[in-house]
Design a protein around this ligand. Sequence first.
Ligand code: SAH
Length: 204
Amino acid sequence: MVELQIEARGVSDPRVLEAMRTVPRHLFVPDSCRQAAYNDSPLPIGHGQTISQPYIVAVMTELLELAPGDRVLEIGGGSGYQAAILGTLAGEVVTVERIPEVARAARENLEAAGIRNVNVVVADGTDGYAISAPYDAIIVTAAAPDIPKPLLEQLADGGRLVAPVGGRDLQTLVKLVRKGGTIIRSTHGGVVFVPLLGHHGWPD
Ligand code: SAH
């Protein structure tokens, strides 16, 4: 998976590639999809939600430029797979998931994979998670009409934020870097995510 789908398409950060090699993706997909766990595609995880394509997980993780001590916030916990990759590379991770059953499964998956530095919180992640702010990195893994304002407020100086921003059917990967009072924005291609529903997202 890593060599053919991720390295071959240009992800080169050795720490990201190593994390993608280490975390067993099959522990994060439903039993019925185990055979397809290392395929080049998103997979259903129930409740109309999906675990993202491995290549997209790698691209977004590389854009976050994580250091070992970083505090990271993820919005859209899903299966817990992206959070497991973040936990492998950073110090501490909070992942926010709005569907309680999905969050419960994510906790079980993370435990099975032996990942202990990820806190799965059930809430509307478009409000961020102020209790543990500020964050060195914030990743949104559901499609946002715009960057939710609370997330910007919870981003540390020097912090990086990556999110799919655009319409409900197609989005652009956007990266923001906070440098003091300035925000530097760059875009990184088209992506397709399930919608971010909530207060600062799409209406439920
Ligand atoms: N990162 C996940 C995939 C995310 S799929 C993984 O690695 O498997 C998107 C997830 O975002 C879904 O589980 C959906 O329920 C969740 N979601 C959508 N809107 C949300 C919100 N406002 N707050 C928290 N989670 C949200």
